[in-house]
Ligand binder design. Structure first.
Ligand SMILES: [Cu+2]
Length: 141
């Protein structure tokens, strides 16, 4: 026969276990909702990756909506950079963007807010001549 106290302890334990299980299930479903909304955000925000490999930007032409972040990742064995071409002409306006030197494995990103065509190149000696150029086209629709 269980004493009154033992019965009460068992009851309280059962209730607490019920609360714990309910809380864990709630956490699980909340985390699922988080994962879903994160995926949706990425579709609307948009992040595009350009890989620097074999003295090329891959892809070398990217069409994006305003507000898209472009991530440049150097997967080559030598250093590169990403410099807005317009700034390379004599008397030109300052570059809309200019990355630091990206060593192998480095990444750098830029958010393109203004519509327009942005040609870019690698200013590391000789790389432009070997074809290391690219273009970002930012369009509203
Ligand atoms: Cu380069």
């Amino acid at each position: 026969m269980l004493s009154r106290v033992t019965t009460r302890v068992l009851l309280v334990t059962a209730v607490l276990l019920g609360i714990l299980v309910g809380w864990l299930e709630l956490q699980h479903s909340l985390r699922r909702e988080d994962a879903t909304s994160t995926a949706a955000d990425h579709e609307t925000d948009g992040t595009v990756t350009v890989v620097l490999r074999n003295l090329r930007y891959q892809p070398d032409e990217v069409r994006i909506r305003p507000g898209t972040r472009v991530v440049f990742t150097n997967e080559d064995e030598v250093a590169h950079n990403v410099v807005h071409s317009a700034s390379q002409r004599v008397g030109a306006a300052p570059a809309a963007f200019e990355s630091p030197v990206l060593n192998p494995g480095d990444s750098w990103s830029f958010v393109f807010s203004e519509p327009g065509e942005y040609s870019f190149l690698c200013t590391v000696s000789g790389h432009q001549l070997m074809g290391m150029v690219g273009k970002i086209i930012v369009q509203d629709e």
